[in-house]
Ligand binder design. Structure first.
Ligand code: MLT
Length: 419
């Protein structure tokens, strides 16, 4: 076979009746022919029925439902159910699912002892990944697929306990006692209660805040084979338990090129504000990043070549939420100014650089009172059902252990000569 002017000898491919109709992608699967694709690390080999993404058209769907519809009409737990089990729940299924989650929100007091050992300034993502990993030690029936009938309980536990653990770090950073979950509240309101209720006064959840949080969590719930999700699948493919696999995903998400990006965006917007808010100047600096050293965070995406559909929804939500809450945050204006200047600039147009999901999300989190170092934790809470769904799918498809292939570029055989 000749590909790109070079001849290749392949082993016989069985089942091919018409040689002229040989499909190279098929051959790659069957013969081990590979090309170097640094970014994708062979994850193109993943088959999944969870999330559809069309980067050219700016389309994102969970199990066939558009992200626009879900963000507008669904609750986060409904979307979690959809991602994990493949269908939207009936009313009864939803009630049962929500009830199961409510009954698992409390975290073992011995895990508190581990938490208490962390310093007050520990990053909440470090705490979250450690405690999720510790859950595998607290629930030993998660090891080695010994009790597959317990998987459902582990899934519910993760969904239930992640928000509880996440709020511990915040409370500690404030010098406040932790709040136990209030299980008569819905998922988002319960999280807000654990974050913001103080022992001295009655706390009522603002429905505008709870709705905004619900939308943000849905928008982050899955995004096919991104860095953290393929990490979850890869770690889980060795039959590592679900807690260890999710903990690995949390660590992958933490990086500033992935979930940490919205924290970088807020810090960048703050710097621009402190420097007088001249967006044009920063757009010019972004175009000359090599000399200026300035990097425009929250723009461009590996797969979206047109626009990120989540960014559109988030931008509108930022406007709605800030005006409903009566918050006047000057960095929203700076963000919009940057977007407008970029979208009218040939450099950005030619490179198809548009705001991505991280560009406006931090502005909403700030308006909701969530501190910057918790942004990635919020992303993790949102992404959790996606990671679970991908882990479960990978197991159900009985995928073999993952092993990214490499293209060796090192030295040829050398003779060792003793010194
Ligand atoms: C995500 O939502 O995971 C990010 O947009 C990153 C990605 O998809 O690669």
């Amino acid at each position: 076979l000749s590909i790109d002017g070079k001849s290749y000898q392949f082993p016989v491919v069985t089942g091919t009746e018409d040689e002229s109709a040989i499909d190279i992608s098929n051959l790659r699967d069957q013969t081990g022919f590979i090309t170097l694709d640094k970014g994708y690390k062979n994850t193109g080999a993943t088959q999944s029925a969870i999330t559809f993404l069309d980067g050219e058209q700016g389309i994102l769907r969970y199990r066939g439902y558009s992200i626009e519809d879900l963000a507008d009409k669904a609750s986060f737990l409904e979307v979690a159910y959809l991602l994990i089990y493949g269908e939207l729940p009936s009313q009864q299924q939803y009630q049962d699912f929500e009830h199961a989650v409510r009954t698992h929100t409390i975290v073992n007091e011995d895990m508190r002892k581990i938490f208490e050992g962390f310093p007050i300034n520990a990053h909440p993502m470090g705490v979250l990944s450690s405690l999720v990993s510790a859950m595998s030690a607290f629930y030993p029936d998660s090891y080695n697929d010994k009790a597959p009938d317990k998987t459902e309980t582990h899934i519910i536990r993760l969904l239930a306990k992640l928000p509880t653990i996440a709020t511990w770090s915040y409370k500690k950073s404030q010098g406040h006692p932790i709040n136990y979950p209030k299980n008569n509240l819905d998922y988002c309101s319960n999280f807000l209660h654990m974050m913001f209720a103080l022992p001295v006064e009655e706390y009522t959840v603002d429905p505008v805040v709870a709705d905004a949080l619900n939308k943000l969590l849905i928008l982050h719930a899955d995004h096919e084979q991104n860095c953290s999700t393929s990490t979850v699948r890869l770690v889980g493919s060795s039959r590592a338990n679900i807690y260890s696999s999710i903990s690995a995903g949390i660590n992958a998400l933490w990086g500033p090129l992935h979930g940490g990006a919205n924290q970088e965006v807020i810090e960048m917007l703050e710097d621009i504000k402190a420097d007088g808010g001249d967006v044009k100047k920063y757009i010019d600096m972004a175009k000359n990043a090599k000399t200026s050293g300035f990097r425009l965070f929250g723009f461009g995406h590996r797969v979206y070549k047109n626009f990120d559909p989540r960014a559109k929804i988030i931008k509108k939500a930022a406007d709605d939420v800030l005006s409903k809450l009566g918050v006047n945050d000057p960095i929203l204006e700076i963000a919009k100014g940057l977007e407008e200047a970029a979208l009218n600039d040939e450099y950005f147009i030619a490179r198809k650089l548009y705001p991505n999901v991280d560009f406006y999300s931090g502005i909403i989190y700030r308006a909701l009172g969530i501190p910057t170092n918790m942004f990635t934790v919020m992303f993790a809470i949102g992404r959790l059902p996606g990671w679970i769904a991908q882990w479960k799918e990978m197991r159900e498809q009985k995928e073999p252990i993952g092993r990214p292939r490499q293209v060796y570029v090192g030295a040829q055989l050398r003779e060792f000569v003793a010194m």
